[in-house]
Write a protein that binds this ligand. Structure first.
Ligand SMILES: Nc1nc2c(ncn2[C@@H]2O[C@H](COP(=O)(O)OP(=O)(O)OP(=O)(O)O)[C@@H](O)[C@H]2O)c(=O)[nH]1
Ligand SMILES: [Mg+2]
Length: 460
């Protein structure tokens, strides 16, 4: 049971127009209403009406006003955490906020008021059934969202869209489990049951739904995390020039000297709402220069970790070779990009190319072909810029959905056998159901809560 009242500054560190201090006081620690009144009187000289903003001065123990602002009181359980929540919206300076926080902690000492851990307000909202686990995670994802698209998807998750889809699937599984468990006592009817009750069909339906959720979840994760696009190729082909052209600024050094770039250089940007992590790399060639060798080692690492590799070339005739320079192996899709098409020698007929993917022709120097390059990258990502995601998933959710899928597939295998396998079928359904329960927090493996909420910011 939660007993400690908690407090934290809820606004971001630094200076701002407004600074918010949030206090959450569980009912259990406030058995007598006077405790809450004493606390509020000591600080604000008043007990505000619930959910009505009033102007208040926050006072220290000598009754001096140290800041003035708006005071809001949300009585339990009608608050973010489900506890009594008090918010003071004062001025957003670090010193004044710190002074207010210290006074609040002093006044709250008789209540055992303490500083909140990261994510503790949201954790309480979860423990008090205000949000399920997927919604609680969406709070952090909304705050962390790097694009408007990701923010929209996180908001949908926070509103419970993802949880509803998961719960609908869980309900279908429960229905199936009930049918199966009821039949387990009558083994002679097993095979009959699978036919009669439409169990196989219901299972197929669950499989289809899980697959859809998994696909949408994977894409939404790509949307929030972004794609790593590595620019690779021989020295001097124009990798750094392309990064600069895409970034719209002189981000990296460009010179006519082969081997200019040594370190891998990362630059983030957003194409049509999709975050991209561009990586400029050291040109690939045999070299005895130690610094360049280290750079090339780094290029190999970046290629290994890429979602998409843009293989730049600056000579039409090099297009015929299928491989990356130095025969570097790459699991990610490799798009061949012919640069310097402004040069007459690159304007001839294209030779036949060993690639399933289209060759994109650009001039980084003149800014030609960049739109085609962007659409080639977006096509490869599988993300449709016009598609609004109905939720935002996390890796943890995908692991749970994959586990659910595997158990449903095993259940389908058992169902396909003619032997008496109903108890195995039932067990796989149970495991699939539990995997779904981990998403919303119905099933909680050890340490999961700590792991999730410790990554939140303080005050949320
Ligand atoms: N004509 C023409 N020159 C270009 C183009 N793109 C780059 N260059 C020139 O090619 C030279 C090399 O460009 P970089 O961008 O430094 O090439 P890089 O691939 O990063 O080279 P390293 O860092 O050495 O691996 C520079 O002189 C650029 O101005 C282009 O589209 N057309
Ligand atoms: Mg370079």
């Amino acid at each position: 049971m939660i007993v400690d009242p908690i407090v934290a500054i809820a606004t971001a560190p630094g200076r701002g127009g407004v600074g918010v201090i949030r206090i959450s006081l569980p009912d259990a620690s406030l058995k007598q209403a006077e405790q809450l009144s004493d606390f509020l009187f000591a600080l604000f000289n008043k007990i505000p009406a619930p959910r009505i903003a009033s102007v208040a001065g926050l006072r220290n123990s000598k009754h001096e006003i140290i800041d003035e602002g708006l005071l809001l009181y949300f009585n339990a359980p009608k608050s973010y955490t489900g506890e009594h929540v008090i918010e003071f919206q004062g001025h957003g300076g670090p010193a004044v906020l710190k002074a207010c926080l210290d006074e609040i902690l002093k006044a709250g000492a008789p209540l055992n008021l303490r500083h909140a851990q990261p994510g503790e307000f949201t954790q309480r909202a979860f423990l008090n059934d205000k949000l399920d686990l997927a919604q609680a995670e969406a709070v952090a994802d909304l705050i962390d969202a790097g694009t408007v698209k990701a923010a929209k998807a996180a908001m949908a998750s926070l509103k419970g869209v993802f949880s509803r889809l998961v719960n609908q699937l869980a309900d279908e599984l429960v229905h199936l489990r009930l049918l199966v468990e009821a039949t387990l006592d009558f083994p002679e009817e097993e095979i009959d049951f699978l036919e009669k009750a439409g169990a196989r069909q219901a299972l197929q339906q669950c499989l289809v739904t899980t697959k859809k959720l998994l696909q949408e979840g994977r894409d939404s994760l790509k949307l929030s995390q972004g794609l790593t696009v590595v620019l690779a190729g021989k020295p001097n082909v124009g990798k750094s020039s392309l990064l600069n052209a895409l970034a719209g600024e002189e981000r990296v050094i460009v010179t006519p000297i082969a081997g200019t770039t040594r370190d891998s250089i990362h630059h983030n940007l957003v194409f049509d709402g999709i975050p991209l992590h561009l990586v400029d790399t050291a040109g690939l060639r045999e070299t005895s220069d130690i610094v360049e060798q280290i750079g090339i080692q780094r290029t190999r690492y970046e290629i290994e970790h890429a979602d998409i590799v843009l293989h730049l070339l600056d000579d039409l005739h090099d297009l015929q070779s299928a491989a990356l320079p130095l025969d570097i192996h790459c699991d990610a899709p490799v798009v061949k990009v012919l640069n310097k098409i402004d040069l007459p020698e690159n304007q001839g007929a294209m030779p036949s190319v060993h690639s399933d993917l289209p060759v994109v022709r650009i001039s980084a120097l003149k800014g030609l072909g960049l739109a085609s390059l962007k659409s080639a990258v977006l096509d490869l990502s599988g993300l449709n810029p016009n598609h609004d995601f109905s939720f935002l998933a996390r890796e943890r959710h995908l692991v749970a959905l994959s586990a659910c899928m595997s158990h449903l597939e095993l259940a389908a295998l058992h169902a396909a056998q003619t032997d008496k396998v109903l108890d195995l079928f039932a067990e796989e359904l149970r495991l699939a159901h539990d995997a779904l329960g981990e998403i919303t927090g119905r099933v909680l493996p050890d340490d999961l809560l700590g792991l999730i909420f410790s990554r939140f910011c303080i005050g949320k």
